[in-house]
Design a protein around this ligand. Structure first.
Ligand code: TPP
Ligand code: MG
Length: 562
């Protein structure tokens, strides 16, 4: 069945033509024409998530899992605003969301009409394109709407995607249907291109690269990419370049350096220039590590190249000298053919420093009592091989910086804008289309904030939720500043005495808990056992003061280790 409304028929036909068939709908009457048309068509896969904030993040996770655009459908009014956090996250991470919002006809806006707000360009600063469809269905209106929809969807399926918004004013009747197929609709194709470097540009870059003795390549957040990984390892080997990664970079070659927070902290007081790069090359999304930013802003390299398909002038380290509009693979492949072999002194300095920091950490963690740090090491050892891990903001993603990635595990996190409001929903959306075990590690405040993530029927049996319950926002006592304030306990830490147990019960999820090392060691094998055929929560209780003290002590030790 399809709606009688021609714009809706056209939109559905174009979604299909562009291969955008995964849809997340939040219940609504106003977008009835769209819901009828999509939900009854065999080629669309529609899910239903009530809370639009959660639905938006669910769609992000889904898109990450299937590596395709996902469309969202909601009503008019505040439901559209509830997508905003996910739209912003998607914008800063180039995730293709197609947001379809129902609206009242324009003549009812600001007229004391029900559930009506100004929806035109509502995500103005966080979307790649926004359009409002015309109300009328004349040939000219349909031609205009068709062109605009094509453009939006072409952004979503492009190599450089992001969220797009199609606002759809709808006149009653909303529920009239036809027993017909979708109409033939004009499709405007977008041609995929690949930018390669012009020969003269390549010579310039190769010359600079070959003359730089100390090259640091920073791999930001990205999807796993074997070809990229292989090329990077070759470059590092040939040019003695250091490749620094975080777990979210999803790069595992032993040639690369990891554990950036510890490694860089150990360098902050380092006086010698042996570790200071003269050329840095960056690509991918953001880096979590704060010490890295401190280190590079203090010791600015002479040159910084940022590789960006969207020509983004990301000057994170205040030393940007060049933007390269290509994919990292193309640049690395072209560069490799021009590289001269170089000494490895710089690389060895970094690698040795990494080894020293890891050893110090291991000794320290062995000796420490039960705390978040210890919990993280235990979890990292138990996460199954060939699985997916989602890291909540903010201390889980930071603890992950202190440990090597678990073997053959892919890492994800909402680091576009680092909200605590959608980590669980994103993981739920991802796990719903993943064949692998999906672990989400998040704090207690983050879990409660986004507990509506569990309020849908797509909770996969492969989902494992680890709640690090340290009684509030422990991150605020780990970073400098809030801890000294008289308002700390009430307004920064925000003491949380609720347990995740009741929440798990409400949503029919199995519950495990641990309050010490022995319990944790005995629960983790059950939590991850093949016999555990249902989604499960493992709530781990730790003491916030012990956590902060231990965390600080570790960094103090690392700092003094030089
Ligand atoms: C939507 C949103 N609101 C507020 C913040 C600020 N914030 C960052 S971390 C944090 C506390 C997190 O507490 P919890 O989830 O318990 O993790 P912990 O730091 O205790 O490990 C808050 C409120 C944020 N990042 N996102
Ligand atoms: Mg907490």
């Amino acid at each position: 069945m399809i709606s009688t409304k021609k714009h809706i028929q056209q939109l559905a036909a174009l979604l299909l033509a562009k291969g955008i068939t995964d849809i997340v709908i939040s219940p609504v009457s106003r977008s009835g024409p769209l819901v009828h048309t999509l939900a009854t068509h065999p080629k669309f896969n529609c899910r239903n998530v009530v809370d639009e904030r959660s639905a938006g993040y669910f769609a992000i996770g889904l898109s990450e899992a299937i590596r395709k655009p996902v469309a969202l459908v909601c009503s008019s009014g505040t439901s559209t605003l509830n997508y905003s956090p996910a739209v912003a996250e998607a914008f800063y991470r180039n995730i293709p969301l197609v947001v379809l919002t129902a609206d009242r006809p324009p003549y009812w806006i600001d007229q004391l009409e029900n559930q009506t707000i100004r929806q035109n360009n509502i995500y103005r600063d966080f979307s790649k394109k926004e359009i409002t469809l015309p109300l009328n269905e004349t040939e000219k209106d349909l031609w205009f709407a068709g062109r605009e929809i094509n453009e939006c969807l072409n952004v979503a399926i492009s190599e450089n995607p992001g969220p797009v918004h199609i606002n759809i004013p709808l006149e009653e009747p909303l529920h009239d249907l036809l027993d017909e197929n979708l109409p033939e609709t004009k499709v405007i194709e977008a041609t995929k291109t690949q930018s390669i470097l012009a020969e003269t540009e390549l010579q310039k870059l190769a010359e600079k690269f070959n003359h730089s003795e100390k090259i640091l390549i920073l791999a930001g957040q990205q999807y796993p990419n074997q070809q990229r990984e292989k090329l990077l390892a070759e470059i590092s080997e040939k040019a003695g370049a250091v490749v620094l990664k975080e777990n979210l970079s999803n790069l595992n070659h032993p040639q690369f350096c990891g554990i950036p927070d510890l490694l860089i902290t150990s360098l902050l007081a380092e006086k010698s220039k042996n570790f200071h790069p003269d050329l840095i090359i960056t690509f991918g999304g953001s880096f979590v590590s704060k010490p890295l930013k401190q280190f590079l802003r203090k010791n600015k390299p002479a040159a910084h190249w940022h590789i960006s398909k969207s020509n983004q002038h990301a000057d994170t380290y205040q030393s940007l000298t060049r933007v390269i509009n290509a994919t990292p693979e193309i640049l690395f492949e072209q560069l490799l053919s021009q590289l001269e072999s170089k000494g490895k002194a710089f690389y060895k300095n970094w690698k040795n420093q990494e080894k020293k920091a890891a050893k110090l950490r291991d000794n320290f963690v062995d000796e420490t009592g039960f705390c978040d740090l210890k919990v993280f090491r235990k979890i990292q050892k138990f996460i199954p091989e060939n699985s997916v891990a989602h890291l909540g903001n903010s201390s889980p993603v930071r603890y992950a910086l202190l440990f090597e990635a678990a073997k053959n595990v892919q890492y994800f996190s909402n680091r576009g804008v680092s909200g605590i409001d959608g980590s669980l929903s994103t993981a739920v959306g991802f796990a719903s289309e993943s064949q692998k075990t999906n672990t989400i590690i998040l704090g207690d405040l983050s879990f409660f904030y986004d507990s509506n993530a569990l309020w849908n029927k797509y909770i996969g049996n492969n989902l494992r939720i680890i709640v690090i319950h340290n009684g509030g926002g422990n991150i605020f006592s780990m970073i400098k500043g809030p801890g000294e304030s008289p308002a700390f306990r009430e307004h920064f830490f925000t003491e949380n005495k609720f347990s995740a147990k009741g929440m798990a019960q409400t949503f029919g999820i199995d519950y495990f808990s641990a309050s010490n090392e022995t319990e944790l060691e005995s629960e983790l094998p059950h939590f991850y056992s093949d016999k555990q055929q249902k989604a499960a929560v493992l709530e781990i209780f730790t003491d916030a003061e012990v956590n902060s003290k231990t965390f600080r002590e570790l960094f103090k030790k690392v700092k003094l280790s030089n």
